[in-house]
Design a protein around this ligand. Structure first.
Ligand SMILES: CC(C)(COP(=O)(O)OP(=O)(O)OC[C@H]1O[C@@H](n2cnc3c(N)ncnc32)[C@H](O)[C@@H]1OP(=O)(O)O)[C@@H](O)C(=O)NCCC(=O)NCCS
Length: 201
């Protein structure tokens, strides 16, 4: 039975000295994802959780401010974070690595002043390796994320609302400043705020 070490936050140098398992390639080839993870450890409010097996990273998850190309990245109030990629190498899946890593990264008392979003996009789902349908996969992720305090929330973001296989999940801290809550609500229903609610026509 291999020995796994759960590390959060993973220091930049530690990540530089551990290669990524070559099959961690759902989002991009492993060597490029390795570079991207190192980059996340170097930005403000960015952090990476890893599961190490010997010299290799076999599972990881990222936390960072929402990317600028998506609507929550437009936030003008600080405190919003995104649980970005979560990935386990296929040969180590279904051993609770992802679940245990998220529990290490997001204990109940942590991030109480933050709103953390997670966007579930079906084009990222690894249906081939799991043999699951899109909806079964969405349910798997909902369950995985809900264990660490996330819940599904509605949004009018067409990237999410136009595909039933996609979802927005949110972990709302207990001490989130009101200003951040209002900004989050504004972004969640941006089309309505901008008078673009096409369902009215
Ligand atoms: C989703 C993913 C991260 C899960 O990793 P993992 O290490 O296998 O997950 P765990 O072993 O911790 O399992 C988490 C839960 O999912 C369930 N699960 C995992 N694989 C499953 C499968 N193939 N079929 C059914 N359920 C499954 C587990 O039973 C567990 O549920 P439980 O806590 O109720 O027992 C992994 O499949 C993966 O890397 N997928 C590709 C990338 C991806 O889709 N990332 C998520 C979006 S960013």
């Amino acid at each position: 039975m291999p020995e796994f070490q759960f590390v959060y936050p993973t220091p930049t140098e530690m990540l530089e000295h551990h290669r990524l398992h070559p099959d961690l390639k759902v989002f991009r080839p492993a060597h490029l994802q390795h570079r991207a993870l190192i980059g996340i450890t170097q930005i403000a409010d960015g952090s990476v959780g890893t599961v190490l097996c010997g010299e290799e990273v076999v599972c990881y998850a990222t936390l960072h401010p929402p990317d600028h190309y998506q609507r929550f990245g437009e936030a003008t109030v600080s405190g919003m974070l995104e649980l970005g990629a979560v990935e386990s190498a296929p040969e180590h899946r279904s051993q609770r690595l992802a679940r245990r890593l998220l529990e290490v990264m997001l204990p109940e008392e942590s991030f109480q002043q933050n709103i953390i979003i997670a966007t579930l996009y079906h084009w990222h789902y690894d249906l081939e390796n799991t043999g699951l349908s899109t909806y079964a996969y969405r349910r798997l992720l909902e369950k995985l994320y809900s264990r660490v305090g996330f819940e599904v929330m509605k949004t009018d973001d067409p990237e999410i609302s136009s595909y039933p296989g996609n979802a927005l999940m949110v972990r709302m801290g207990r001490e989130v400043p009101e200003e951040l809550c209002l900004e989050f609500e504004r972004l969640r229903f941006l089309r309505q705020t901008r008078g673009l609610d096409l369902s009215q026509h």
